[in-house]
Design a protein around this ligand. Structure first.
Ligand SMILES: *Cc1c(COP(=O)(O)O)cnc(C)c1O
Length: 367
């Protein structure tokens, strides 16, 4: 059995006609930049997430960059985030000349340990950037309380978390601004790059909208400097079709996660992901902790089962962030997660038979 980490062909097959019709409509219209498809998709994303305003952008990375730019974050400013995330989180902060300030993670959820944020706040702190890793929300109440007390922005990196919930609210609607990615491997993936920002702040929304198109308002007049952060109409058209399936896909992933949890329940060597009771997790990844990680990786590879390490090097140990001056051991839980975890196939089209083959392969490897 050959089981990929993610099977996008299996996702595409049942909706081929719908997707191709949507793509065809865009070609017939020859309307490729913003326009009605993007506007409709933004409206649908606002309705889906419950955010008052949503703006389609060119990628999840650009969503973060645009949010930071619109909030005026730059040289001399600090942004508190996690070192255990995809590079773009801290990369976007550093690209604007600000300093990413890391706090370690909770070893059970892999999300930032919110009890460590207060000690990281300085007079230069401008924002907290929680990452809802693998599709589970950060424990946001303490984050929001600190932000209120210290007058900080909260920029949610919800790239992996569209549709995830914390209590009664969705990821990306809890803080000042929410940033989403439609990279093809996310739960809602486009036919290429795409992203979204959401906010309840009407003035911030207008500013991000202006900055999405070089700060241009009206045409060829630039009061502020922005960039080209636009979402393609083709991407919006594809994403509009896929958005209709998103909740069913979340449920499929959750069913698979429950099956893995049950399969690994009796095995002390495999630690399954912990989900907070107040969170609805969408399992962008199903990540297990196995001290003999490399043995399991080799066994999965030998059985032609896809797996991946998210992430093998914590950000404070990346070469490009050496200037931040963090020694090995600075964020021990992030470093341990980088050594001990791996992701298993969790995509909704995975069959029970395939899932049990993956689970058995893992269990045999640690026995
Ligand atoms: C995917 C991802 C991003 C970046 O999104 P792109 O669309 O690939 O630019 C940012 N942060 C996290 C946590 C991600 O997983």
């Amino acid at each position: 059995m050959n089981i990929p980490l993610l099977d996008l062909k299996a996702q595409f097959a049942p909706m081929r006609a719908e997707i191709m019709a949507a793509v065809n409509d865009v070609f017939e219209s020859q309307y490729f930049i913003l326009g009605p498809q993007v506007a409709a998709f933004e409206k649908e994303c606002a309705a889906y997430t419950g955010a008052p305003h949503a703006l389609g952008v060119s990628s999840g990375t650009d969503a973060l960059v645009l949010a930071l730019m619109a909030l005026g974050i730059g040289p001399g400013d600090e942004v508190i985030t996690t070192p255990y995330t995809f590079f773009a989180t801290a990369g976007s902060v550093a690209r604007l000349g600000a300093t990413p300030v890391f706090v370690d993670i909770d070893p059970r959820t892999y999300n930032m340990d919110v009890s460590k944020i207060a000690a990281a706040i300085t007079p230069r702190t401008k924002a907290i950037m929680p990452v809802h890793l693998y599709g589970q929300c950060v424990d946001m109440d303490p984050v929001l309380a600190l932000a209120r007390t210290h007058k900080l922005f909260v920029i949610e990196d919800a790239a992996q978390a569209i549709g995830a919930r914390y209590k009664d609210k969705q990821a990306g609607t809890l803080g000042t601004v929410g940033c989403f990615s439609f990279f093809p491997s996310k739960n809602l993936g486009g036919a290429g790059d795409g992203g979204l920002v959401t906010t309840a702040d009407a003035a911030l929304f207008e500013k991000m909208k202006q900055m999405r198109m070089h700060g241009m308002e009206p045409k060829y007049y630039h009061a502020v400097i922005g960039g080209n952060f636009r979402l393609d109409a083709l991407q919006a058209a594809v994403l509009r079709v896929k958005l209709n399936y998103l909740n069913a896909w979340h449920e499929g992933r959750r069913r698979n996660a429950a099956n893995y949890d049950a399969a690994f329940a009796g095995c002390a060597a495999i630690v399954t992901p912990k989900v907070r009771p107040d969170c609805y997790m969408i399992y962008n990844q199903y990540v297990i902790r196995v001290p003999q990680r490399d043995t399991v990786l080799a066994a999965l590879k030998a059985a032609t089962i896809g797996s991946e390490v998210y992430y093998p090097v914590a950000l404070h140990q990346q070469k490009c962030f050496a200037y931040l001056g963090h020694a090995a051991g600075a964020f021990p839980e992030s470093e341990r997660a980088a050594r001990e975890t791996l992701a298993l196939p969790i995509y909704p089209e995975l069959t029970d038979e395939q899932l049990h083959y993956v689970a058995e392969t893992g269990l045999t490897a640690v026995r």
